[in-house]
Design a protein around this ligand. Structure first.
Ligand code: CU
Length: 106
């Protein structure tokens, strides 16, 4: 690849990377041995939640208020960007004892 192609890509990457890290955070939440950890996360609108399913069976992250319903196949990772503020109780539809809370500030 010639340098004149590389330069614009690097500049664009730096600009978008800087704006994302300044405004939004990301949180990793694991699902392992039928437990969601951490079970309580304080985030804000625009932040990204990444659920990591470490189990050998599927889980879901299902909001009781309907804000999201994310399916996590075994050993998979799924990210979700928070769009609404609120305190959201969520659980796994397959294992209703798996429960957690996301507090999303505006
Ligand atoms: Cu589950």
């Amino acid at each position: 690849m010639k340098p004149r192609w590389i330069v614009p890509v690097v500049v664009a990457g730096l600009v978008s990377g800087a704006s994302i890290s300044a405004l939004a955070a990301s949180f990793q939440i694991s699902m392992e041995n039928l437990e969601i950890a951490p079970a309580q996360v304080n985030a804000k609108v625009g932040d990204t939640i990444t659920w990591v399913n470490k189990d050998v069976f599927a889980h879901t992250a299902t909001a009781r208020n309907g804000d999201f319903d994310v399916t996590l196949p075994p050993k998979k990772t799924v990210s979700f960007t928070l769009k609404k503020a609120g305190t959201i109780d969520y659980y796994c539809r397959f294992h209703p004892n798996m429960k957690a809370v996301l507090t999303v500030a505006p």
